[in-house]
Design a protein around this ligand. Sequence first.
Ligand SMILES: Cc1cc2nc3c(=O)[nH]c(=O)nc-3n(C[C@H](O)[C@H](O)[C@H](O)COP(=O)(O)OP(=O)(O)OC[C@H]3O[C@@H](n4cnc5c(N)ncnc54)[C@H](O)[C@@H]3O)c2cc1C
Length: 437
Amino acid sequence: MESVEYLVVGAGISGLSFANAIRSERAQRGQAAPGVLVIEADAQPGGYCKTIVQDGFVWDYSGHFFHFRKPEIEAWLRARMPGQDVRTVIKRTSIRFGGLDIDFPFQKNIHQLDREDFIDCLVSLYFRDEGYDPASPARSFKDMIYRRFGRGIAERFLIPYNEKLYACDLDKLDVEAMGRFFPHADVDDIIRNMQSANNQSYNASFSYPLGGAIEFVNALLHDLPGDMVSYQERLESIDLKAKVARTSKRELRFEHLVSSAPFNSMCQLAALEHQPEDFSSNKVLVFNLGFDKKGPEDVHWVYFPDPSLPFYRVGFYDNIMGSDRMSLYVEIGAASGASFDVPSTLEAVLAGLAREGYVTDHKLVSWHSVAMDPAYVHITERSLAEHARLKTELVGHGVHPVGRYGGWTYCSIEDNIIETRALAQELAQELAQELGQ
Ligand SMILES: Cc1cc2nc3c(=O)[nH]c(=O)nc-3n(C[C@H](O)[C@H](O)[C@H](O)COP(=O)(O)OP(=O)(O)OC[C@H]3O[C@@H](n4cnc5c(N)ncnc54)[C@H](O)[C@@H]3O)c2cc1C
């Protein structure tokens, strides 16, 4: 049987980042070069950061825009993207509500609503504590929204929008289901914003390579030997005690297994007892649409809380890339496993875009669709507790779940890189201790 020191599952951002990081950690400590094998079920690298180039349009699997909080991570990636034009873009986003375009985030821009909506949002924000015991903590994501923002803001935007996105009852989600990605604002922020706009958010500006998200993946492949990644090789089961992985091609004994596969599938592959319903998620169906001419020019993406529209968000690649034909991504949320009739859904999407005035006499000249499942995991009290319990068991056998889906969390690609670098550091340190270094 073949043996490998580090078996990495998935050639997406997390798996490839770990492969780079363990090599560099070991080199820095003067340790022997590690044996690393990355297995990838798909024929191509990238995971959810793949890019489609079609009829002159460049599209990702849904809008992927990159906000780096650590400049050294972006610099490391850019140094491995020779000749790639990476744009830094100041974000322009809005919310389509009642025929108006309100700046994002909704809760800080209620003064842009019409008078009746504004007064209702303001009054219910002011009296938001009525009926609540301020001493008792919010019990769910939905409860947190009502308590922090009041009924007006909750029911006009935060609840209908997030119900379309997550495709579940928001009462089931944990208060911190969106973590740092939820734009919090207190009453002072909201009132101040009425006079002097400060809509800063975690992604106020973002980077985007003109070659698409795959360019960051190519950067992560840049320093790796070509034969380190084995494509079309799927992990099929893990014997935790024997530390043996069975793949679609072979059996492999591993020292450490680092997996970016979805956590629920890992539990299944390792025959760990768990309740599948503890790990629910949504699915996002994405339509990438290319038109024969330009549309609106002053916006990068728009949020749609209106339940009568099929999509929750539409983005304009052409305004990010400075190209001369309208190039959209359109995102539709549904329960995981839901099936879509793609042609009729496309028709409904085009009708919605026409109703909202984005498509007028435009001709659709190219399109593509992809389903991301899981896309947004449902972070619940139970998923957090069960993930922690099961992860401890896996780690005890040298199996490390990583990434957005291994971690069953809401995070960015930068978070994936930070996490896998930290894991590589920890494993290299452990080895140093074993070697008495
Ligand atoms: C709709 C949407 C929009 C997003 N937008 C942004 C954004 O704008 N900016 C940003 O920073 N992040 C964004 N993200 C998050 C980003 O996509 C993820 O953080 C990142 O792609 C996760 O990378 P990963 O390697 O952890 O997982 P993945 O990309 O899922 O990669 C996992 C890989 O493992 C492989 N695999 C799975 N099971 C097996 C198996 N059994 N055997 C072998 N291989 C297997 C898969 O084929 C896949 O290639 C977005 C996510 C979604 C869903």
